[in-house]
Design a protein around this ligand. Structure first.
Ligand SMILES: Cc1cc2nc3c(=O)[nH]c(=O)nc-3n(C[C@H](O)[C@H](O)[C@H](O)COP(=O)(O)OP(=O)(O)OC[C@H]3O[C@@H](n4cnc5c(N)ncnc54)[C@H](O)[C@@H]3O)c2cc1C
Length: 325
């Protein structure tokens, strides 16, 4: 891990604020376009929301839909390529089923997927009235975030630990800034429209599962099962404007019980850890260029429950805004 405080300054074309999935992906796009990039973040890895994410491709709680669909599609293509050609990145192709109490029309993004289909009710677990099936990609953040950091460094980028007080301070360091600070944008910009949606996940030992399941509408809260190589991430909760990052032990049995309805083998699975993250929600993802005294800032934050899903599409769009405006 190369993130370190440093006093030394090297020539930088762009300063990217944020070391989560948004900041690192954007930095990589800018490096690939030949720019000299420094990333500065208050924290990397376990200090980010990105590290808590489940983190599978699924557009959830990110707006507006018309913009989210093309960003999600671009990321889908990149994840497909990584799953095929870069096993060290920790991205895995997964059969995925979303269940519903009754008929549900296909989502707006379904036509972008190669294999979206309806599941016959008889093939669903008992009690569900409809199902959608498609290929998704699971991004194992304990592997993927360090991989992204290595990619940034290998392409010549710098990774620093620094918390900026405001954008003026960042613009004094570099006149071209990309703001990927997630929930931190609320104070940094400042942007009062950013708010937290608290999510609790339970990680259990994998009893041999490989399919992703999603159930948002059967009551009890958003439910998902995300098998990874060494564990399964079980979700979850979506608590609007709650910011306590301490796991609530009272919520854990309910999460496991809802998941065991879909995969009974989870009922007795050994708990490895319980974690909480704060989704950086906003009425709309902010992806725009702002001219300020001292330079320009491209904002790339507010991805809600889909920051991984949107990461490559938004990174490419943010880089394009900075390079071509
Ligand atoms: C329980 C849970 C499950 C989720 N599951 C999924 C999923 O399955 N799929 C999906 O697509 N998404 C999922 N998400 C959402 C996803 O995690 C977020 O949308 C995404 O991580 C946001 O990435 P980010 O880089 O914008 O923010 P973060 O990962 O929070 O990174 C923000 C960065 O900015 C830095 N920063 C903040 N303020 C400052 C400052 N003032 N100065 C310097 N640095 C600063 C932070 O230190 C950090 O490095 C989930 C989230 C949760 C909580």
């Amino acid at each position: 891990m190369a993130a370190r405080p440093s006093e030394q300054s090297t020539a930088t074309d762009v300063l990217v604020l944020g070391g989560g999935v948004a900041g690192l992906s954007t930095a990589l796009c800018l490096l690939q376009a030949g720019r000299r990039v420094r990333v500065a973040a208050r924290a990397y890895l376990a200090g980010t929301t990105s590290a808590v994410a489940a983190a599978f491709w699924y557009p959830y709680r990110a707006y507006p839909e018309a913009m989210v669909a093309p960003w999600a599609r671009a990321s889908y293509e990149r994840f497909a390529e990584l799953a095929r050609a870069a096993p060290e990145a920790g991205v895995t192709r997964r059969d995925t089923i979303e269940v519903f109490p009754q008929f549900a029309p296909p989502p707006a993004w379904a036509s972008d997927l190669p294999d979206f289909e309806f599941v016959p009710t008889a093939a669903l677990p008992p009690g569900y009235g409809a199902g959608h099936r498609f290929t998704s990609y699971v991004v194992e953040t304990p592997i993927y975030l360090p991989w992204l950091m290595r990619q940034v460094e290998a392409a010549g980028g710098e990774l620093r630990v620094h918390a900026y007080a405001d954008l003026d301070e960042a613009l004094r360091d570099c006149p071209r800034v990309v703001d990927c600070t997630g929930l931190g944008a609320r104070e940094l910009v400042p942007d009062p429209s950013v708010y937290a949606v608290r999510g609790q996940v339970v990680r259990v030992r994998n009893p041999g599962l490989s399919r992703v399941w999603i159930d948002e509408y059967s009551g009890g809260g958003i439910t998902y099962i995300v098998p990874r190589s060494h564990d399964v991430v079980l979700g979850g909760t979506a608590d609007e404007r709650e910011e306590d990052t301490t796991p609530d032990p009272a919520r854990t049995p309910g999460i496991i019980a809802r998941c065991a309805r879909l995969e009974p083998a989870l009922a007795g699975a050994e708990i490895v850890s319980v974690a909480v993250g704060l989704r950086p929600a906003r009425p709309a993802v902010r992806l725009e260029l702002e001219a300020r005294p001292g330079g320009v800032v491209v904002h790339n934050y507010g991805h809600g429950g889909a920051g991984v899903t949107l990461s490559w599409g938004c990174a490419a769009a943010a880089a394009h805004l900075l390079l071509h405006t």
